[in-house]
Design a protein around this ligand. Structure first.
Ligand SMILES: Nc1ncnc2c1ncn2[C@@H]1O[C@H](COP(=O)(O)OP(=O)(O)OP(=O)(O)O)[C@@H](O)[C@H]1O
Ligand SMILES: [Mg+2]
Length: 253
């Protein structure tokens, strides 16, 4: 696969629900390793777009391609197996399992595969190792044995990111990873996300309302408004774009 072909692409992607256009005519191409920020007012369709990309929702129009392959009709599971990982806007850990178990399950889901008993033990060891690595990545190793449900909110968000990393995705969709975090927790999580992109070379799409976080991380920013892409450009040009500024009149970025 030549590195110039996009790792993720959409063409004319759209979602109509009950006559309402939730996502409309979204065409995007992400080169391998890019960091794309996605901003837009509440209800603009950002989470819906992620649901279309990850397969949680089927589009009514258009195509999603992963690594040049049409995955529009594929399940979220299949897409995850192909290297697409996501976090949710609302916290989604298993509260009654330990922090390590949560990360291990995520790692196993990706390692997937063989049901043979003699393979399973090795796979479990690999998964635990990968889970520990991922917890270390987000600074949660000392919480590994505690219940996930007992974590502070900010630590739950870190665990979600660890679960995602444990599954070793090529493309990461982050839906408001800073939501509900105290201001003191934001810089640490920003640095984790930055290194996941810069050092590990993963492709990242991130929806985030903290505009200074998005502009500090993203190479390009896509602006959504009423389900459509208003602009896709460098942070500087997007912020200077008059159409973007008009879309935000009276609304908080
Ligand atoms: N299953 C659904 N059925 C009907 N309408 C929906 C459904 N899911 C989302 N919507 C509507 O689609 C629009 C886009 O919602 P979405 O959650 O994608 O926006 P968002 O940009 O993620 O907003 P926020 O910034 O608040 O998270 C909203 O008007 C929402 O009410
Ligand atoms: Mg949303």
């Amino acid at each position: 696969m030549p590195s110039s072909s996009p790792i993720l692409a959409t063409r004319g992607l759209g979602l109509d629900i009950g006559g309402a256009s939730i996502v409309a005519d979204v065409s995007l191409e992400l080169p391998q390793g890019e960091f794309l920020g996605i901003i837009g007012p509440n209800g603009a369709g950002k989470t819906s777009l992620f649901n279309l990309l990850s397969g949680l929702l089927r589009p009514t129009h258009g195509v999603v391609e992963l690594n040049g392959r049409d995955v529009t009709r594929e399940s979220p599971y299949r897409r995850a197996q192909s290297g697409l990982g996501r976090t949710f806007q609302i916290s989604s850990v298993f509260p009654l399992l330990s922090v390590l178990e949560n990360a291990r399950l995520a790692a196993e889901a990706r390692l997937g595969g063989s049901m043979r008993v003699w393979r399973r033990a090795g796979r479990r060891r690999d998964a635990v190792e990968r889970a520990r690595w991922a917890l270390g990545r987000v600074g949660l190793e000392t919480h590994a044995r505690g219940f996930a449900g007992a974590l502070a909110h900010g630590d739950k968000r870190k665990l979600e990111l660890a679960m995602l990393l444990a599954s070793d995705p090529q493309v990461i969709l982050l839906d408001e990873p800073m939501a509900g975090l105290g201001a003191e927790d934001v810089p640490e999580l920003v640095e984790v996300i930055r290194s996941v992109h810069r050092q590990e070379g993963r492709t990242v799409l991130m929806v985030e309302h903290h505009i200074e976080v998005v502009t500090g991380l993203a190479e390009r920013i896509a602006v959504m408004h009423h389900g459509r892409l208003l602009a896709v450009d460098t942070p500087e040009r997007v912020m200077a774009n008059e159409t973007v500024q008009e879309a935000y009149v009276g609304e908080a970025l």
